[in-house]
Design a protein. Structure first.
Length: 627
């Protein structure tokens, strides 16, 4: 299929050329062929399926695990004039009905789905009626039992493939070991499909490990942030620590805020916007922050606590330097981290009997009878559940992961939804509006002035913004919106944060629950292996950090990166002439003003002058290159 993909890229994205591998990968679905794409974080994976999706016409289905990621991509496509919609567990029945009406009329190019939606027979039947031209599996490592973020609901994609024969599939991920890669291909029925692989190496990103001999990571963090410039993300593993560390940084004169999954929607949005717009330099966050965040100029990512695997570390560290400019990924360590990492494995795999007890209590809490529940979603409050049933919160989440891997139930935490509103009356009817309060009328006018599309679809609204624009306080604004709802002038869906349980099978008696080796022992061994690999990266300073990481992902890497802390230390110990020649042989262009050689810079440039006389380098007095 001869299509000018660059013309599509230029029209909608404003770029004249693709990044490496993007166009090659995009051409496979045009030929009706499956393809798997492995690209580093920030490598531009979305363009590889969005461009051919437009070229093919019809509908492209994109399966992705995070609602926030769906929303970001859908919003991004709409800003470019591309019609896209997302269907997930957080939508109301009315919103879903409107989306299907528009899908029936061919008004969307892209349909984003959460994987649990594919468990519905009705969903499959509806999709079979659609002109589906491409199936995209984003974050494809989630389908692999050996991936670090296995999601059982991803297995539903296999049934979709069978119902849509001949439709090409693109599987994309930024993190996959060779074992995971083969498992993805097998589970998606893509055996033999080409794998387009871009190097996981990021030349502009310097990987640094800083040991904290006295155990004071805060002191080391301050040194790192004071010796770097630009936006930064600081990752920690507890919600409480995000707040205390951000407060500490602020007291020490560094603009910082914090972010974790427990914040309400407005707080998250405000803090994220402040950071993205540069009003705050540092975001201290749990790993709930980062996925789908479109900020290319992050100069530094610091991990105060060790991630549990190289995959997690690579994903999070890779949020630095997406604009290609020099950036830093810094990992802080103490000897205590070794014991902490081993304890994580123990906590991640509670005794099987405890897991069965938690299963029974969750079912009782949700009122699910034995033999019922399969395929249904239930609102679930984990904090209240732990209080009512006296379950330790640190046991709940790992137990739910084991139950998910065993095929019983899946805990879906990320279902926070923005408030949404639709005007039910026709525009002309509003001219004769009577019988509502002045506040309700003021809020309605404010809505009409500040939001578009309210007459045809549910639109995300921010009650706080409406309050500011109308001059009312938030309580009166909320009451006015409720009044408009009672009068059937608007349909209002309040903001909510309700995690859910997705029942993967009917409820069983605890004695019939089977937790097999694949769901428990094999996964524990895999986690132990990842933890050991992460500890090896953090505490073994005998070889290049980048080389070690790339070997973990199955990539052969000749030589050393020259920019990680191990390589930098090694360079310092080299004779100055050997350092100059080594840098030139690695293809570096040496610039007269750069600080590669510190106090020995003048000596280094005397060597460059001599090498130029000997015909080894080209040197114009400012830059030097190997001939």
């Amino acid at each position: 299929m001869e299509v000018d993909l660059k013309a599509i890229l230029r029209r909608y994205w404003g770029y004249d050329a693709f990044r490496p591998l993007q166009e090659e990968a995009a051409r496979y679905p045009l030929e009706g062929r499956d393809v798997m794409v492995l690209m580093p974080t920030g490598g531009g994976k979305s363009v590889t399926f969005q461009v051919p999706g437009l070229a093919l016409g019809g509908l492209t289905i994109v399966v992705t695990p995070l609602i926030s990621l769906m929303k970001d991509q859908v919003d991004g496509l709409r800003r470019r004039g591309i019609k896209a919609v997302a269907l997930h567990s957080g939508l109301s029945a009315a919103e879903i009905r409107i989306a299907w009406e528009r899908l029936d009329n061919g008004r969307y190019n892209f349909l984003y789905l959460s994987p649990e939606k594919l468990a519905s027979e009705r969903m499959i039947l509806e999709l079979k009626r659609m002109p589906v031209k491409l199936i995209v599996v984003d974050e494809a490592h989630c389908i692999s039992q050996w991936g670090y973020d296995f999601r059982p609901s991803y297995l539903n994609i296999g049934s979709l493939r069978k119902e849509l024969p001949g439709v090409p599939v693109m599987a994309l991920t930024a993190t996959a070991t060779p074992k995971v890669e083969q498992d993805i291909l097998a589970r998606l029925g893509m055996e033999g499909a080409p794998v387009m692989r871009r190097s996981f190496s990021r030349d502009n990103l310097s990987y640094i490990v800083r040991a904290c001999p006295r155990g004071d990571k805060e002191e080391m963090l301050l040194r790192v942030l004071r010796n770097t410039t630009g936006s930064a993300i600081v990752y920690v593993r507890s919600r409480r620590k995000t707040r205390t560390l951000a407060d500490t940084l602020t007291r020490m004169g560094i603009d910082a805020t914090y972010y974790h999954a427990g914040l309400d929607h407005l707080e998250k949005e405000q803090r994220q916007n402040d950071w993205q717009q540069g009003a705050v330099r540092v975001m201290v966050a749990t790993n709930a922050f980062g996925m789908g965040i479109d900020k290319a100029d992050v100069r530094t990512v610091v991990h105060v606590d060790l991630p549990s695997s190289p995959e997690e570390y690579y994903q999070e560290a890779g949020r630095a330097g997406r604009d290609g400019k020099p950036s830093f990924a810094v990992l802080l360590t103490t000897e205590r981290d070794k014991a902490v990492m081993k304890r994580r494995v123990t906590l991640a795999f509670p005794d099987k009997e405890i897991v069965k007890q938690i299963y029974e209590k969750v079912c009782n809490n949700l009122g699910i009878a034995v033999g019922e529940g399969c395929g249904k979603l239930y609102d679930f409050d984990p904090v209240r559940f732990c209080e009512l049933f006296r379950v330790e919160e640190q046991l709940l989440r790992p137990s739910m992961k084991i139950l998910a891997a065993s095929g019983y139930m899946e805990f879906l935490e990320e279902t926070e939804m923005q408030a949404r509103l639709r005007i039910l009356w026709e525009r002309e009817e509003l001219y004769n509006l009577q019988g509502i309060s002045e506040n309700a009328e003021l809020v309605l006018k404010t809505l009409l002035r500040n939001y578009t599309g309210l007459f045809t679809d549910y639109v995300g609204i921010d009650e706080r913004v409406i309050a500011i624009k109308s001059g009312l306080d938030e309580k009166k604004t909320y009451e006015a919106i409720l009044e408009l709802g009672r009068a059937r002038i608007v349909s209002y869906i309040p903001r909510k944060r309700n995690p859910m349980i997705n029942m993967l099978d009917n409820r069983e008696e605890p004695r019939h629950i089977k937790i097999g080796r694949a769901a428990y022992e094999d996964r524990r061994e895999q986690m132990e292996s990842r933890v050991q690999a992460m500890l090896g990266y953090a505490f073994n300073s005998g070889s290049c950090r980048v080389s070690r990481m790339l070997q973990y992902f199955g990539e052969l890497y000749a030589g050393e990166c020259g920019s990680c802390d191990v390589c930098r230390e090694k360079r310092k110990k080299m004779p100055i002439e050997e350092r100059v020649l080594s840098d030139l042989r690695q293809g570096l262009t040496l610039v007269r003003a750069e600080r590669l050689y510190g106090e020995r810079r003048d000596e280094a440039w005397q060597i460059v002058v001599r090498l130029e006389r000997e015909g080894i380098v080209d040197f114009d007095g400012h830059t030097a290159r190997l001939r």
